[in-house]
Design a binder for this molecule. Structure first.
Ligand code: ADP
Length: 273
């Protein structure tokens, strides 16, 4: 709280009163502090890949380019760090549009199970044809009902892609990725559960903050930007839903999101009565 005092004086000079104005500045200062932290995080996060691009390209120009064993590795690092920066800038632009309310979701009534099947098939194909030697199995457990939801397909695909990519990235030994879709009378709940590293309890509430990572080095090695879950949260909230994570360390993590849903079947039954 900020307090401002002023004295009330008569013409004679006598003080006859005191006015105190209290202003709540905590919220204002918090936002300001968050903004400062964000700018400093962005600068730091962009400097890290730039520093490695700089040192690897210097090493190449200092002669490493002549070494047929080393040169391709260095070029690989430069390329992957450049791609990470491009992804990060893309993510930052997305977030700034989401913040500014510039993104109007393109809502369509879609068959949610179909959208999910499409995404999971793509991942399965990628896992089978990719270089990964880790065995991943994607297991699906979908409600038997037809689920039609109003959603922005591209944005929701971005969210699901991110959660499944994380399940893969943070499961060094592979394992089962379990995806379930269940509905109640007013919402559809999606659960993505992996058998990976798990997340310590203390980190769970912060996962959806910008640039928050449990293990910075691991995230970076995996090409992470630390922004995926922050974007996912914004998108889910844009759809009127909510998202959270649950985990027991060493026994995997679950990412759960709920989307609002009108269950017409239940409504129809109501009309029949
Ligand atoms: P990143 O680009 O670092 O993956 P995200 O915003 O997608 O950024 O995730 C933030 C952090 O949450 C990750 O760095 C990781 O520490 C943690 N995390 C996300 N998904 C999982 C998961 N399935 N298992 C374990 N940790 C996870």
């Amino acid at each position: 709280l900020k307090a401002e005092f002023s004295l009330i004086r008569r013409d004679t000079g006598f003080v006859t009163g005191l006015v105190c104005v209290l202003t709540d500045v905590t919220e204002q200062e918090k936002t300001e502090q968050e903004r400062r932290d964000f700018v400093s995080n962005v600068s730091h996060e962009l400097r890290t890949p730039l520093t490695s691009i700089k040192s690897y390209s210097e090493a190449l120009s200092d002669g490493a380019w002549e070494d047929p064993d080393i040169a391709p590795q260095f070029i690989d690092v430069i390329q992957s760090e450049t791609n990470r920066m491009i992804r990060m800038i893309g993510n930052l632009l997305d977030l700034s549009k989401l913040d500014g309310g510039q993104i109007k979701p393109e809502m369509e009534l879609l068959d949610y199970k179909r959208v999910m099947t499409h995404i999971l098939d793509r991942f399965e194909f990628m896992l089978k044809s990719g270089k990964s030697t880790k065995g991943f199995v994607i297991k699906r457990e979908f409600t038997t009902s037809d689920i039609y939801i109003e959603m922005d397909q591209d944005r929701m695909t971005q969210v699901i892609d991110n959660i499944i990519n994380n399940a893969i990235k943070y499961s060094p030994d592979g394992g089962e990725i379990f995806v379930s879709i269940q509905e109640s009378h007013d919402k559809v709940t999606t659960i993505v559960r992996d058998q990976g590293l798990g997340i310590p309890q203390k980190d769970l509430p912060h996962l959806f903050e910008r640039f928050y990572r449990v293990d910075k080095a691991r995230s970076r090695d995996q090409g992470g930007t630390g922004l995926g879950l922050a974007i996912s949260k914004e998108v889910i909230e844009l759809h009127g839903g909510k998202i959270w994570a649950e985990s027991r360390e060493n026994s995997g993590s679950s990412f759960i999101f709920e989307l609002p849903y009108e269950n017409f079947e239940i409504i129809d039954e109501g009309w029949d009565d």
